[in-house]
Design a binder for this molecule. Structure first.
Ligand SMILES: Nc1ncnc2c1ncn2[C@@H]1O[C@H](COP(=O)(O)OP(=O)(O)OP(=O)(O)O)[C@@H](O)[C@H]1O
Ligand SMILES: [Mg+2]
Length: 256
């Protein structure tokens, strides 16, 4: 569980995060949604320690991350898996070497054990057979799956994904969503996903946090979005007339 308490972040006096408080629970796929520029990436970078909050607390299962020393933060980072917007693979390493990389860096395992662990992770994301390829030789969806395999190699407790579906077609996005969702349940991880993707919101949103101009405007589950009367939320979600009509059809049917 990750608890965020009154988190503020400013850059040169300009406040981007304006006091965010929330809880991300274990075994749940937590989604952060909000308009471009609302502060989703800045929030995630604070959570993983790439940015220092201006004020506020981040508690990892009760451990105060912000107050930790540099060394303690490095130790905590080993419990976190990260998947960035671009898959951020090493182009000069094979798929297998990419997945082995965190194990090479941070584990005491033998080469055989590391290779086995990496192959197990590749199997989990359905990529057996691709281990000798280079990132440039595989599709964007496969690259994302390699990034997921690499992120789970060290068996993290916490998994962070910034826009995992960007650049993917809707069908491939669904595969990635299902994978993140089932891995989260399987390993009882605390997973946080930044997304714009409404399919993700409706499909895997067990706990959804809507950020609006740097503050938490709304929090709930996907089924509650349909009936929410929060105008900022509905304007964001049902941005098109088509989506509005679909919502009215669904809620009308429920009433009817
Ligand atoms: N290193 C930085 N220095 C100064 N300002 C920054 C920095 N990083 C982000 N910002 C600002 O913080 C605000 C929020 O940016 P952020 O990247 O978190 O938005 P976002 O919600 O992730 O948007 P998107 O959906 O486009 O990814 C923006 O106005 C951005 O310019
Ligand atoms: Mg972003």
């Amino acid at each position: 569980m990750i608890e965020v308490k009154d988190l503020h972040k400013s850059f040169e006096g300009r406040e981007v995060l304006k006091g965010i408080s929330t809880v991300f629970e274990d075994g749940k796929t937590n989604l952060i949604i909000g308009q471009s520029g609302s502060g989703k990436t800045v929030l995630m970078k604070n959570l993983v320690g790439l940015f220092e909050p201006t004020s506020g607390q981040i508690l990892y299962d009760g451990r105060d991350f912000v107050a930790m020393s540099k060394d303690e933060k490095v130790m905590m980072r080993r419990e976190m898996g990260m998947i960035f917007q671009s898959a951020a693979l090493f182009d000069s390493l094979t798929v297998l070497e990419n997945v082995m990389f965190p194990l090479d860096m941070f584990s005491n395992m033998t080469y055989r054990e590391r290779k086995q662990r990496a192959m197990d992770c590749l199997a989990r994301v359905n990529l057996v057979g691709a281990e000798k390829k280079y990132p440039g030789e595989i599709s964007g969806g496969m690259q994302k799956r390699v990034a997921i395999a690499r992120a789970i190699a060290l068996n993290p407790k916490y998994l962070f994904c910034d826009e995992p579906n960007s650049g993917l077609d809707p069908k491939t996005s669904l595969i990635i969503d299902d994978l993140l969702h089932s891995i989260t349940n399987e390993f009882n991880m605390t997973t946080i996903i930044n997304t714009h993707d409404m399919n993700s919101v409706m499909g895997i949103g067990e706990n959804i946090i809507f950020i609006y101009e740097g503050h938490k405007e709304w929090q709930g589950v996907s089924s509650e979005i349909m009936t929410s009367t929060n105008k900022r939320l509905t304007d964001f979600i049902f941005a098109s007339d088509l989506l509005k009509d679909m919502r009215d059809a669904v809620t009308g049917a429920k009433r009817g």
